[in-house]
Structure formats: C-alpha cells, structure tokens
Ligand binder design. Sequence first.
Ligand code: FAD
Ligand code: DHB
Length: 388
Amino acid sequence: MRTQVAIIGAGPSGLLLGQLLHKHGIDNVIVERHTGEHVLSRIRAGVIEQVTMDLLDEAGVGARMHQDGLIHEGVQICVDGVRHRISFKDLTGKAVMVYGQTEITKDLMDGRAAVGAPTIYAAYDVALHDIFGTHPRVTYRADGKNHEIECDFIAGCDGFHGISRKSVPPRAITAHERVYPIGWLGLLSETPPVSEELIYVRHELGFALCSMRSHTRSRYYIQCSLAEDIESWPDERFWEELKPRLDEEARERLVTGPSIEKSIAPLRSFVAEPMRFGRLFLAGDAAHIVPPTGAKGLNLAASDVQYLWRALLEHYKDKSDAGIDHYSDRALARVWKAERFSWWMTMTLHKISENPFDVKIQLAELDYLFRSKAAATVFAENYVGLPY
Ligand code: FAD
Ligand code: DHB
C-alpha cells in the first residue's frame, strides 16, 4: 500500500489530523492497535478550548458538538469548604465547552467512515522504518498477515505508550519528566451534576473535581494514592470519600447513583523534544503529557494537529517546507505554557506534601488568585487557552 501520510493511532490527534488532511486532498491511512469499540470505551477529557472547537468545525465534524456541548463561561474553585468563581467571560471574553472526548472520537470516526478514508484497526506489531531516509515505511500485522505502507511522512499520534516516540534513536531525543505520587479516581454516573459549572476542590482530605457530560450525566474525580486498586472502590466508597471534600451546598445537591465507568489515571508531566525527526512528526500524548488538572491534554493534541496539518498542506500545495521545519518549535512553545499551567494547578490543588510550609504556600497562591484581578486574569487566560 502507498499513501502520502501514514498516521499511527486513532485517538483524537490521529483522527483529527486524518480528517483535515483528507478534506484538503492529502491521502492518509490510520493504523490503530486496538479495535474501534475499545478506543470508544475510554472515558477521558471533558473540557475543550476554542482551538479544538474550531478544528472540529474545520474538519467538518462539529455539528453534534454545537448541539450537545455545554458552553461554560466560568469555573468554581472550592477551598476548604468555601467556593469562589472565576469568570472567563468577564476576564477574557472567552469560554470553554464541556463535550466528552468519547463523543469527539465518535464524531471523527463517523466523519472518516463517511468519506471512506482507510483506518486499519487491530493492527499488531506496528513498526516504523527509515524515518531519517527518503523512503519511510510502516509495517504491521493484521488478519494474520504482514502488511507494509510506503509513505512520504509518518505522524506519530499513538499516545504516551505508543511505538512512534520509542522508534527514535535515544541520542536524538530529550525527555523531561515529573511524576506525581498521586492519581485520579474517576466515576461517571447517570445523575444530574451538583452545579452548573465545574468545581475544582482543594481540601485537606485531598483534591476533588465535580464535572459533567450533560445535564443528566456527571463525572467526578477524587485524588487517590497510586497503590489503589479499582476493585477496592465500590461506588458507595467513592461517594463517601467525595462528600466531605465538598462545600455544604454541593453536598446537599449531590445526587449519587451507580457508576457507568470507573478508572484510575496516574498524574504525570512529560515533554519529549524535539517533536520532529526526519520524516516522523510526533503529535499529542505521544510527545507530551500533562496532569489532567488543567484540562489541557486533548487541547494540546488539537493545537499540535493545527500546526501539523497546515505544515503538510504547505508542503504539498505550496511546495514550501517552512511549516514542517518550524513545526517542532511552534508546537513546543505552546506545550511548555500548558505544562506550566497544569503543573501549577496540580501543585496548588492537591494534597501532595505534608510539609506545613508547602500547605501555607498553596493557600497563599489561592488567596491571591481570588483577591487579585491580575492573577485571576492569568488563570482564566490559561484555562480558556493561550493564543497560538
Ligand atoms: P490517545 O488518546 O492516547 O490516542 C492514541 C491512540 O494510539 C490510541 O487509540 C492507542 O490505542 C493507539 N496506539 C498506541 N500504541 C499504538 C501502536 N503501537 N500502534 C498503533 N496504535 C497505537 N485533556 C483535555 O484537554 N481536557 C480534559 O478535560 C482532560 N481530562 C482528562 C481526564 C483524564 C482522567 C485523563 C486520563 C486524560 C484527560 N485529558 C484531558 C487528556 C486527554 O485525554 C489526552 O491528552 C488525549 O487523549 C490525547 O489524545 P491522543 O490522540 O494524542 O492520544
Ligand atoms: C474533566 C477532566 C479534567 O481533567 C478537567 O480538568 C476537567 C474536566 C472531565 O472529565 O470532565
């Protein structure tokens, strides 16, 4: 098989890139390790920035998002039982949208199926060849047979545990990492949310987040230790841990119910530099991870794709490689700002250190955020998404 761009991974970055390239006449094939059903079963991001909304529109798959997504003009932060609101609208004139990653993935999969662009699911032993040469190739096994795709470029959109980043010689790549000693235990339930807006909770018992997917479906997270086993978290135990971390009003409004999904995610900050190696480009979680606190992971994946698809369009249509040559620097400049914000939110809202000095600093940071319009504006600008 021959194509112009071979894309590894059918998560949001791979599917979005594929759709944008296809729309502009650039051939691509997606190779995904799992089945489509498995990809759709992963419950992850919930908050999307304007950059992501714009790209979904550009890719022609934004209709359901506009119909079902919930616009949020502010966010609430609860510190030891007292809630504060930060208005994105007043401070930046912008807003974010609550629309689940699962729905985005479904819209992108449907869009891809509608235009007949090829995706190979359940592809095993995916390997990348000749990324620094002139004839890059991707090989894999599917249906018990070996396959090969010849291409001009490879887009590594295969997430943190993917093969693309690992295919780069170690001397060509630098990894920056910070691992936090905590995780998030998430629960999805068919119950109305406690509040119209998301509530990020800082509490001496540990962090919590009240989020939603719709007016009838809630998503909650609580900070947990990394040693936790999901089996030892029956729903009742989750609700009992969540309740005391909330303010009185939220506690009274909380409607509990059986979980539809429950999972644990570790918290990590990670950046691989550069993001281009010859004819291989990394995008999304394959290149960088943020702890989920700032709601940035999927949005960063979208902004990488924004730079990358335009660079590839310039290459094919304008015969210019300027975009390709600048891809890594442009993407990383944005990545590091999101890394900073996600790290800051994580360190400020979680119970990480027992040292009373660190706790006092957390409280001082939050007090400043609520009292200073300048600090609140910086927060709001970062949350709704920095310009690119
Ligand atoms: P992925 O979604 O990881 O997709 C990669 C794909 O590649 C997968 O389908 C995988 O099966 C496939 N793959 C892997 N290895 C191979 C291989 N060897 N061969 C072929 N295919 C392979 N982000 C936000 O912006 N907002 C939020 O509110 C938010 N909340 C989050 C909450 C949680 C609990 C978690 C865990 C994450 C959250 N994120 C959030 C982050 C967001 O989910 C990720 O950043 C996003 O999924 C990245 O998309 P991706 O396509 O780059 O990678
Ligand atoms: C959700 C996840 C996040 O990481 C976040 O910061 C806000 C909301 C969510 O899943 O709804």
